[in-house]
Write a protein that binds this ligand. Structure first.
Ligand code: B1M
Length: 212
């Protein structure tokens, strides 16, 4: 079995105990970190979601899969930083929108942005409108990113933007959005400058934005 398939299967099975060993083994066999993240870990989480959606897996399975993914990323994160040329490129404030508790994708975006040399202020999950505003005032970020995984709570994004506008901060930051149900059309609807379908694309767009 290929090492990527083993990692994929371990995440789907929620096998967080062996995951770091499997990742280490794949790296030793020459697999790139990018390959491991995009073609094993992320793909596995999508499969878990599909199986949850179809009733094949249940909530505890999703939690275990999430734990396996996180455990793998704990191993990968320091390697990713070490593999990049680090020079502080800009500041990113990021959080999962109000009402939403998903953070794996957001954390992946953080890992990639840090790997590109960004200082990242992570506001966590279920972030209030005021918390984003306070973080912008305190950190003067170049980019403010919203992560959203639930269709229901994406509806809170216009309120997040309104709070930033009301505080007179809208023209001081570039806004970004991403998450499984988010589209370019959604970003355009609310005048959000950056949409990225995945963490690598997000980091790339962040770098392009601060270069301008
Ligand atoms: Co949730 N959940 N969940 N869940 N969960 C989804 C999202 C769902 C699609 C599953 C399904 O039904 N098929 C569904 C949402 C349906 C919808 O609204 N369209 C769902 C549901 C319904 C729920 C609950 C309501 C279930 C319940 O209680 N009945 C509940 C909600 C809780 C809440 O938030 N209030 C819930 C809970 C959970 C867990 C706690 C069990 C767990 C989260 C654990 C955690 O995050 N710490 C969980 C999980 C694991 C998932 C799935 C299976 C996987 C999400 C994930 O981590 N993906 C998910 C299924 C799916 O998405 N297909 C599902 C891997 C991750 C790497 O991808 O997060 O998409 P993703 O991030 C990507 C991109 O989207 C992008 O880059 C990332 C990396 O490439 N990206 C950005 C993300 N943020 C970005 C920000 C950017 C740019 C790119 O800024 C610029």
């Amino acid at each position: 079995m290929s090492s990527l398939k083993e990692i994929h299967d371990a995440v789907v099975a929620g096998n967080y105990k062996d995951i770091q060993e499997l990742v280490k083994d794949a790296i030793d066999k020459g697999k790139s970190l990018d390959d491991i993240i995009n073609n094993a870990l992320s793909v596995a989480m999508i499969e878990v979601g599909d199986k949850f959606g179809s009733g094949e897996l249940y909530m505890p399975d999703m939690l275990l899969a999430a734990k396996a993914m996180k455990t793998a990323m704990e191993y990968i994160k320091p390697l990713l930083k070490g593999s990049e040329h680090i020079s502080e490129k800009g500041t990113l404030v990021i959080g999962t929108v109000k009402g939403d508790l998903h953070d794996i994708g957001k954390n992946l975006v953080i890992t990639m942005a840090e790997g590109q040399g960004f200082k990242v202020v992570d506001l966590g999950i279920d972030v209030d409108y005021e918390t984003f505003v306070k973080a912008i005032k305190e950190n003067s970020p170049d980019i403010v990113a919203f992560s959203g995984l639930l269709t229901t709570t994406l509806a809170n994004i216009p309120e997040h933007i309104k709070a930033i506008e009301d505080a007179g901060l809208r023209d001081k930051v570039v806004l970004a959005v991403g998450g499984a149900p988010v589209t370019q059309h959604f970003a355009d609807m609310y005048g959000i400058e950056i949409y990225a379908p995945d963490a690598s694309a997000a980091a790339k767009k962040f770098v392009e934005t601060v270069k301008r």
